[in-house]
Design a protein around this ligand. Structure first.
Ligand code: HEC
Ligand code: HEC
Length: 296
């Protein structure tokens, strides 16, 4: 492989060879296609312009490795920060809307609802799960918030009021309040009367007992319990008195537990959240709890 002596015109194509030859195969000296050449020049020109305007060359400085910044001062980190700030500003606007708009209007706005439910779920995990369970399923004395059985009401406004002011939370003047008397401890009823009324209560959700006991219990119920639980025993949400006919029990539906409830009274306590959480968060929690399945 050497130069000029081997250079000659190729017989077939009539093109001059470069003089390069490998085992009898010779290289034709065809010029580069024009489109290719101009694209190449354009790329070179673009690269020069790019170096001037954009961050380009790494180099060492007194502080270690850095790079030429380019006259535009463009930085990806900055643009990410700008985008994040824009998203957060948008979210702040939406949170402000949640704080000021009526709950029913938020419930009809899919974009606001999406944010509210996500925020409500997170706030629930932080503040409510210790008592109500992470799935809001509740436990003895702590109501299940997934069902449609409400002590104090399941509309958006009911739930909102419950959260703002708490239940039997004495530090809050507007707290939901009503205490079931301790009929045994306070000697309002005798143990026999309590046993009878417990049989009657059980019979309301289908548990059988001695018919005479139930009849006596019905009498005791009519004289002592209807003011709160209602004549039909279906409860009263104004007073936080549970429905006693639905076989859903806050404290337990076996006879021993009911006797204990009637003897000692009950008065579950939930903190008022308006002193601990901001209004936007309380509204998100309201919408979240309402969405769990039992909202009215
Ligand atoms: C310290 C325990 C405790 C915490 C924490 C707690 N709750 Fe409660 N919550 C209760 C108790 C107890 C009741 C039932 C009170 C009663 O017997 O009337 C209740 C009742 C409720 C009710 C009313 C249910 C009904 O049937 O009317 C709602 C709604 C509720 N809680 C939501 C929440 C939310 C949302 C949070 C978190 C911000 C929360 N709770 C945090 C203990 C708690
Ligand atoms: C002053 C109102 C009031 C009166 C009167 C009253 N209750 Fe209650 N009762 C309540 C309230 C409020 C609760 C819920 C307590 C709580 O949430 O912690 C309750 C809860 C109960 C429960 C528990 C239900 C459950 O799901 O575990 C039973 C049972 C019950 N009452 C039976 C009676 C019987 C029987 C009488 C009559 C002897 C009676 N109550 C009288 C207000 C009252």
């Amino acid at each position: 492989m050497s130069d000029n002596p081997h250079k000659h015109k190729d017989d077939v194509s009539g093109v001059e060879t470069t003089g390069h030859e490998w085992d009898g195969i010779k290289e034709l000296n065809n010029p580069l296609p024009k489109w290719w050449l101009y694209t190449f020049y354009a790329c070179c020109a673009w690269a020069f312009v790019y170096w001037i305007f954009m961050p380009a060359w790494p180099h060492l400085s007194t502080e270690g490795w850095t790079y030429t910044k380019g006259v535009l001062g463009y930085e990806q980190r900055q643009s990410v920060a700008d985008e994040l700030a824009a998203v957060q500003a948008g979210r702040a606007d939406q949170l402000a809307e949640i704080t000021t708009k009526p709950l029913v209007e938020i419930a009809e706005n899919p974009a606001l609802m999406e944010l509210a439910l996500a925020g409500g779920k997170a706030a629930f995990g932080d503040n409510c799960a210790p008592c109500h369970g992470s799935g809001a399923q509740g436990s003895k004395g702590f109501p299940n918030l997934n069902d449609d059985d409400w002590l104090w009401g399941g509309t958006l406004d009911d739930i909102h009021t419950t959260l703002q002011h708490g239940i039997r939370w004495e530090a809050d003047d507007e707290t939901r309040f009503n205490i079931m008397s301790a009929f045994g401890k306070d000697e309002i009823l005798t143990p026999a009367e309590i046993s009878d009324v417990a049989d009657y209560v059980l019979s309301l959700s289908g548990t059988q007992a001695e018919a005479e006991a139930i009849a006596r219990g019905q009498e005791v119920f009519a004289n002592n319990c209807v003011a709160c639980h209602g004549e039909d025993a279906k409860g009263n949400q104004e007073l936080g008195a549970p429905n006693l006919t639905d076989a859903i029990w806050l404290y337990g539906g076996d006879k021993a537990t009911i006797v204990q409830t009637v003897s000692n009274g009950r008065g579950g306590v939930m903190p008022a959240w308006s002193s601990r959480l901001d209004e936007g968060t309380i509204k998100q929690l309201t919408l979240y709890v309402h969405s769990l399945g039992g909202g009215q």
